[in-house]
Write a protein that binds this ligand. Structure first.
Ligand SMILES: C[S@@+](CC[C@H](N)C(=O)[O-])C[C@H]1O[C@@H](n2cnc3c(N)ncnc32)[C@H](O)[C@@H]1O
Length: 221
């Protein structure tokens, strides 16, 4: 049996997760001048996200180790060939998804990031992992970059950019989702409109909170 790509990537991922944890203090420093109410407003704003994430441009803000592993496992179990990701950052989640594609025999991962320095770091990390050939890193606002040239059929979506935009990004990918397609939405509690939509009876999705602040949804019609 060959070694799964995710296993070969363990030293790189370990280093990146350690660096992400070490950078947690920088998150607080970057938003220290904001009141709790202002932070909450920016998290849920459909316009202030550029300012918020600009402050956080040097911080990985990565998914947890557990969510990373979940992404790899979902990519494998769904035999994903086409994946869309909203919010690349340094590419930690992207590495897990691309490793899943590699072990599925190949495919295409479209990911989106508006901070050029973050897109560059993600490119470096994916190159170091030998996975860059599977990944199309689209630089710019995902509202634009994910509005064209998506695969006809998408198997798996990760929502992990500005939380307030989850419904708009779902609008962009929805017509491409195959029956059974999976959507993982990280920190979905900060996107109440999104949660209301995917949990609504008759929405075409089945959806449940899963692990820490992750919403797992499946397209059923
Ligand atoms: C939570 S981080 C993503 C972490 C990444 N998924 C990981 O686990 O490694 C969110 C990222 O989305 C980016 N972002 C937020 N809103 C965006 C938008 N509208 N278009 C493109 N990128 C966006 C931010 O710059 C930030 O790097």
């Amino acid at each position: 049996m060959t070694t799964p790509t995710i296993t070969s990537l363990a030293p790189l991922l370990e280093r990146l997760f350690d660096e992400a944890e070490a950078a947690n203090g920088a998150i607080h420093a970057a938003i220290a001048d904001l009141s709790d109410a202002e932070r909450a407003r920016m998290m849920r704003s459909k316009t202030a996200y550029r300012d918020l994430y600009g402050r956080l441009k040097d911080v990985p803000l990565a998914v947890s180790r557990e969510t990373g592993l979940l992404l790899y496992m979902l990519a494998r179990s769904s035999r994903a060939k086409a994946i869309v990701e909203f919010g690349t950052s340094f590419g930690i989640s992207t590495l897990h998804l691309a490793a899943g594609l590699r072990d599925n025999g190949g495919g295409r991962l479209i990911t989106s990031e508006f901070e050029p320095s973050k897109a560059a770091r993600a490119r470096d990390n994916l190159s170091a992992a030998g996975l860059i050939d599977l990944v199309d890193i689209r630089e710019g606002d995902a509202l634009k970059t994910l509005s064209t040239d998506l695969p006809d059929t998408v198997d798996l979506v990760l929502l992990d950019g500005a939380k307030a935009l989850y419904p708009e990004i779902l609008d962009l990918v929805e017509g491409h989702l195959r029956p059974g397609a999976i959507i993982v939405a990280d920190n979905a509690d900060d996107s109440p409109d999104y949660l209301a939509r995917v949990r609504a009876p008759g929405s075409g999705y089945m959806s449940t909170p899963f692990a820490e602040d992750v919403e797992l949804s499946v397209r059923i019609s």
